[in-house]
Design a protein around this ligand. Structure first.
Ligand SMILES: *Cc1c(COP(=O)(O)O)cnc(C)c1O
Length: 342
């Protein structure tokens, strides 16, 4: 099978498994797992933050961080198609007791003007009738809008606007490192302008599990307690942290290959009769497309009959490149789609 459904399809390589097998471990819950602690120091430095916290998943990073930044009765602001709204089973509502105000965009990035208009909308009636806006959430890269990137300039502008209005900023950085590779910028440059951010090791980085959240020492201490109360404290987590460390050392630089493969896929699909590509110039590792003459589900099934799995997102198929996808897999995929004679 060629698995283009998601970059979570990556399997730990033999070298990563060897690193995991050799890991020196302690007790993560007590803060005495040396492999976890080293990973946390490295990620905090990478993201330009004081401290970091190891969590089982990116979803839990969002829950813990948003809860630490807010109080029930408040409102947070996020893009309409963001993961926290569309793909976390309303977990934010349950864990934080806040409302979410949506901002609609074409590509996933909103402007200072849109943010200001949203803050004003939240404050339509006087306090205390209106909820207090307290946090802005950004997604880097923006998944459901095509793996699109917040540029440093866009982020700076939102960061200044947030500060002027006493809002904190949290970044869902599931694919932050894809954005860094695509824009040739340092992750700490992005980290500098926000209060909290996290990276996921189970996407293009190719580890079997783990995510790391970073922020100020005080914020991370709050998050540690919340993580414990959500049942996210771990024991000999060094086994998995070693996989994450291996990914940091070996898999960041190669994300560029995934972006090139996505570009090849998009460019060639765009040339084909009967195919519409939503993002013909993919910024990172995702290509959204559909057929103009065939139902998208049927297209997905026909492709799957040839042992190629591609995910369905709304009215489009979403193909995601990752470290288990080679350029020849992309060529094979293109051949299969071409043969459908759409
Ligand atoms: C995958 C993803 C998450 C959730 O991460 P998990 O590690 O799967 O819990 C959050 N946000 C975005 C944008 C994602 O793509």
């Amino acid at each position: 099978m060629i698995l283009l459904g998601s970059d979570t399809e990556t399997k730990p390589s033999l070298a990563m498994r060897e690193a995991m097998a050799k890991a020196i471990v302690g007790d993560e819950q007590k803060g005495t797992d040396p492999t976890v602690n080293t990973l946390l120091e490295n990620v905090a430095r990478l993201l330009g933050k004081e401290k970091a916290l190891f969590l089982p998943s990116g979803t839990m990073c969002n829950f813990v961080a948003i809860k630490a930044h807010t109080r029930p009765t408040e409102t947070i602001i996020a893009e309409d198609m963001s993961h926290i709204i569309r793909a976390e089973s309303a977990g934010i509502a349950m864990s934080s007791g806040v409302l979410i105000e949506h901002i609609s965009t074409k590509n996933g990035q909103f402007t200072r003007e849109q943010l200001l208009a949203t803050i004003n909308k939240i404050k339509t009636v006087p306090h205390p009738y209106s909820p207090k806006p307290s946090l802005v959430c950004l997604e880097q890269t923006h998944n459901l809008r095509g793996g699109t990137v917040w540029s440093l300039e866009q982020l700076k502008s939102i960061s200044e606007t947030a500060k002027e209005n006493n809002l904190k900023i949290h970044v869902d950085g599931a694919r932050l490192l894809n954005a860094c590779v695509a824009t040739h910028s340092k992750a700490s440059e992005f980290g500098k302008h926000v209060d909290s951010l996290w990276i996921d090791f189970t996407k293009g980085l190719g580890a079997p599990l783990g995510a790391v959240l970073a922020g100020s020492a005080e914020f991370i201490e709050d998050c540690r307690l919340l993580k414990h109360s959500f049942g996210g404290a771990l024991r000999q987590a060094g086994i998995v942290a070693a996989g994450c460390q291996y990914a940091l050392d070996h898999h960041i630089i190669r994300l560029e290959e995934d972006h090139i493969n996505a570009q090849i896929l998009a460019t060639e699909l765009e040339r084909m009769e009967g195919i519409e590509v939503l993002n013909p110039k993919p910024e990172t590792n995702m290509v959204f497309f559909k057929a103009t003459t065939m139902d998208v589900r049927e297209l997905q099934t026909r492709i799957k009959e040839e042992s190629i799995e591609i995910g369905l997102v709304g009215e489009y198929l979403r193909a995601v490149t990752h470290l288990d996808i080679t350029t020849s897999d992309i060529e094979k995929t293109l051949e299969v789609i071409k043969k459908l004679k759409l």
